[in-house]
Design a protein around this ligand. Structure first.
Ligand SMILES: N[C@@H](CCC(=O)N[C@@H](CS)C(=O)NCC(=O)O)C(=O)O
Length: 214
């Protein structure tokens, strides 16, 4: 059984992607709380020692440090034979949504939420720009989920765990009430939350939190 250590901070949806996948695969991990708010990930020492890319999360597997959630999710799915693609077509679909999530949904949602909620004085024009982009992505996702129970069809995969992450935080952080704005997204979040063993972000990722300004 591998030993996992997850370098994270509680507000990190990217960390939640890995914590949730490990949990749903019946694995435990040692949480390594990281002082993201104190800019520790920007220090040369941390980058040298933990992640030269300067990002959270980092998953240590038996001491080997892995970064970038998408390839890590793919690796875990392969290893545990769960939540991956069975056919070439499914594998392609999973990659398609993982790339879209990293570039579009998570990329913008994470930055928008961070600025609107955890910065003392966010720039309103920046927020407006991000919000417009995210509205477009959520509309695309909502339309897809009106006809699909999960990202690639009728069963949950790592593509879902990647995309739900930043949508799973409280409404006062995301600035969206999906039940009202995007009902198919809301229903999909509820379907994922019914998976055996599912836990919410702040339940899986405890510890000192960032100051919440919004
Ligand atoms: N594509 C990366 C994204 C990781 C990421 O952006 N992490 C955030 C925290 S959740 C971070 O460390 N950001 C630092 C920065 O952008 O400077 C992944 O999937 O792991």
């Amino acid at each position: 059984m591998p030993t996992y250590r997850l370098h994270y901070f509680p507000e990190s949806g990217n960390s939640y992607k890995l914590a949730l996948m490990l949990t749903l695969c019946g694995q435990t991990f040692e949480p390594v709380w990281t002082d993201f708010g104190g800019d520790v990930t920007r220090t040369p020492e941390w980058r040298e020692r933990v992640n030269p890319m300067g990002e959270i999360p980092v998953l240590e597997v038996d001491g080997e440090r892995l970064t970038q959630t998408a390839p890590i999710l793919l690796k875990l799915a392969e290893q545990y034979g769960r939540f991956g693609g069975d056919t070439a077509a499914e594998k392609f679909e999973i990659l398609r949504w993982l790339f879209w999530d990293n570039h579009k949904l998570t990329g913008y949602m994470a930055t928008y939420r961070f600025q609107r909620t955890f910065l003392k004085s966010p720039d309103p024009q920046v927020l407006t720009f991000f919000r417009k982009r995210i509205d477009d992505y959520l509309g695309i996702l909502d339309r897809h989920l009106q006809h699909n129970a999960f990202a690639i069809g009728d069963r949950p995969t790592i593509a879902d765990f990647s995309m739900i992450a930043y949508l799973s935080f409280p409404t006062d952080e995301t600035g969206y009430d999906f039940a009202v704005s995007h009902p198919a997204v809301s229903a999909w979040l509820a379907r994922v939350a019914r998976l055996p063993g599912w836990r919410s972000p702040y339940d899986l990722l405890p510890g000192k939190r960032l100051t919440h300004y919004a």
